[in-house]
Design a protein around this ligand. Sequence first.
Ligand code: NDP
Ligand code: 8X3
Length: 253
Amino acid sequence: MNPIIFITGASSGIGKAIALKFAENKYNLIITGRRKELLDNIAEQISGTYRVKVLPLCFDVRKRTDVNSAIESLPEEWKNISILVNNAGLSAGLNPVYEGNYEDWEKMIDTNVKGLLYVSRQILPLMIKNKSGHVINIGSIAGKETYPNGNVYCASKYAVDSITKGMRAELLAYNIKVTQICPGAAETEFSLVRFKGDAEAASNVYKGFTPLTGKDIADSVYYASHLPAHVNINDMVIMPMAQASTAYIHKTN
Ligand code: NDP
Ligand code: 8X3
């Protein structure tokens, strides 16, 4: 059987690109997200193209009981997970705290922090049993630098940074690697979600420079997960050439 990778948030963007990259390299995939039809279509396309097994699992990472039952329901042969990519995440809105939207705050904290914990809590014991595995958490440059109006999204990614460090220390003894990958601006559905469906506002974010793509991050995830057994990448910050920090992107128009 091919090795198995479990990817959260594989219905678009970075997660979908990771699914494609690993399918190309003969991994079987467990792909997750909330949009069932989209997920099912992606699963069908990937398994048809790459001749690997793909299991779509539809659940909301914010709902702990759904996370638990989805993962508990995995057939035994799918529980032998080699790599977990905690990628599902989002930003909602862009406001100062004094004008913050409570629902947006809860959505970001519940998805980016609690969702990552819920999924990890279920999958880590499976890896511990095998004394092998690799967890790759998708953090962000927003978890290294806080920018105005990004407050809660940034805080959620700082939390990912901290949880990653904690997990790494806890899992050393079980031969489980833990890596964080922190992208800068990548053109995905991220800005469309942040701006709540405003396609013009979203496309303006990426005008005047060449942003990262999901594939750029997928290549890094693949690289980090294919190093010799004694080598671990703790943390990788990947930026578009035109971006120096969250505050500065060199735009040509
Ligand atoms: P996309 O919006 O394209 O993808 C987000 C994915 O997360 C989707 O598959 C979505 O699936 C899933 N998701 C969101 N909320 C939930 C939920 N509650 N339950 C289950 N799945 C969920 O954005 P990206 O690909 O850009 O984002 C992926 C990760 O990368 C995120 O963690 C993001 O914070 C991070 N990141 C993105 C950057 C960027 O510039 N794009 C830069 C740095 C980090 P569905 O809607 O079907 O549930
Ligand atoms: C996404 C990158 O700079 O928009 O995490 O927060 S940023």
